[in-house]
Design a protein around this ligand. Structure first.
Ligand code: 3PG
Ligand code: MG
Length: 393
């Protein structure tokens, strides 16, 4: 049984909260604060109850060394705005600076640690190295709270090892995510459609096997589509292709029920992600151009398929939605999901950011998960290290 923060008397305790504040930046500004907002119920809940809150998180992939481009400073600033009080950021994650900053936090107060991934040990595959770092983090706290759902699929020191070293609880976000995503693991109402896109192609390919077993139809867009198109003998020009995935895509097309995996039939191309694009058939991408979105015919086909669904899981934008000429496919999928009676789950930091950027209200969807890789692994029934650690007594 996983305990929650309501199971603990937190007044006066130092509570280390692992959040997922890995948000897109625009220079030194937070471009989408969805993950920061999603962490507020747990943070304010603990502060109101008199806990001394220590927030920790990662930002990007700085590769184990301090790098000002990946400082949590913009995140701390935005969290401060949302809380209505400044948020102090420690200069280091552990060591004297962090200890002093934590010691100074009063009841009801909060401090943020600098980017956890400035330490190689955070993401190390070596249990001892991770453990030594986790020991230092654990020293800062009396209670560990796991609320960074987007990172619970990572066996990292702050996600997994610290939990084993202190009394631990799930925060409200992790609870809500597990409740919503559990509806996609058993007794799924059919037809069950999955829409997959986005750029982290290799991560999502691992999920395909179990999606083929679970879903009635899988609609593929974004950079996910290119290995499949190439496997079908189509040339994709200068599109963002992960060539190592082509053989796997061919195998999946062989294994799927005919028609189960649906690919783009038209795309929006441009010489580079700049000006406006041109719509071409998916098998007629010019050699010197790249596909940046699914085309209108594909968008309409995907939308009408989604209307027929009773359950939908969508992970990954259909194109480079950040630029208006390539946002049409992502918009069409989002729009389709706001109609119909399906239970819809949107997964992924980028996909959540996409729907917000395109002006959709989160309430128009069944559930908007803050986890991309994490939600995908959860619905496959995989053991997620960050959740498994919470089960341990
Ligand atoms: C995410 O943005 O998907 C999570 O924060 C995990 O980040 P990662 O893929 O760099 O581990
Ligand atoms: Mg992400």
């Amino acid at each position: 049984m996983i305990k929650t923060i309501d199971d603990f008397a937190v007044e006066g305790l130092r509570v280390l909260v692992r959040t997922d504040l890995n948000v897109p930046l625009d220079g030194d500004r937070v471009a989408d604060d969805g993950r920061i907002r999603a962490s507020l119920p747990t943070l304010t809940g603990l502060m109101t109850r008199g806990a001394r809150v220590i927030v920790c998180a990662h930002l990007g992939r700085p590769g184990g060394k301090a790098d000002p481009r990946y400082s949590m400073a913009p995140v701390a600033a935005r969290l401060g705005e949302l809380l209505g009080r400044p948020v102090e950021l420690t200069a280091d994650t552990t060591g004297p600076a962090a200890c002093a900053a934590v010691a100074a936090v009063r009841r009801g107060g909060l401090v943020m640690l600098e980017n956890l991934r400035f330490n190689t040990a955070e993401t190390s595959k070596d249990d001892e190295q991770r453990g030594a770092f986790a020991d230092q983090l654990a020293e800062l706290a009396d209670l560990y709270v796991s609320d960074g759902f987007g990172a619970v699929h990572r066996k990292h020191a702050s996600v997994y090892d610290v939990a084993l070293r202190r009394p631990h609880a799930a925060g409200y976000l992790v609870q809500a995510e597990v409740d919503a995503l559990s509806r996609l693991t058993a007794n799924i109402r059919r037809p069950y459609l999955v829409a997959l896109g986005g750029a982290k192609v290799a991560d999502k390919f691992d999920a395909f096997d179990s999606l083929i077993a679970a879903a009635d139809r899988i609609l593929v867009g974004g950079a996910m589509a290119f290995p499949f198109l190439v496997a079908r003998g189509v040339k994709v020009g200068t599109s963002l292709l992960e060539a190592s995935q082509v053989a796997a895509a061919a195998e999946l097309l062989r294994r799927a029920v005919p028609g189960q995996i649906e690919l783009p039939s038209d795309v929006v191309v441009a010489p580079e992600p700049g000006g406006s694009g041109t719509v071409v058939a998916a098998d007629a991408i010019p050699v010197d151009q790249m596909a940046l979105d699914i085309g209108p015919q594909t968008a309409a086909r995907f939308a009408s398929a989604l209307f027929t669904a009773q359950t939908v899981f969508w992970n990954g934008p259909m194109g480079m939605f950040e630029r208006e000429p390539y946002a049409g496919g992502t918009w069409a999928v989002a729009q389709a999901l706001t109609h119909g009676e399906a239970f819809t789950v949107i997964g992924g930091g980028d996909t959540g950011a996409a729907i917000r950027a395109l002006g959709f209200a989160e309430g128009a969807f069944g559930y908007v998960s803050t986890g991309g890789g994490a939600s995908l692994e959860f619905i496959q029934g995989k053991t997620l290290p960050g959740l498994a650690a919470l089960e341990a007594s």
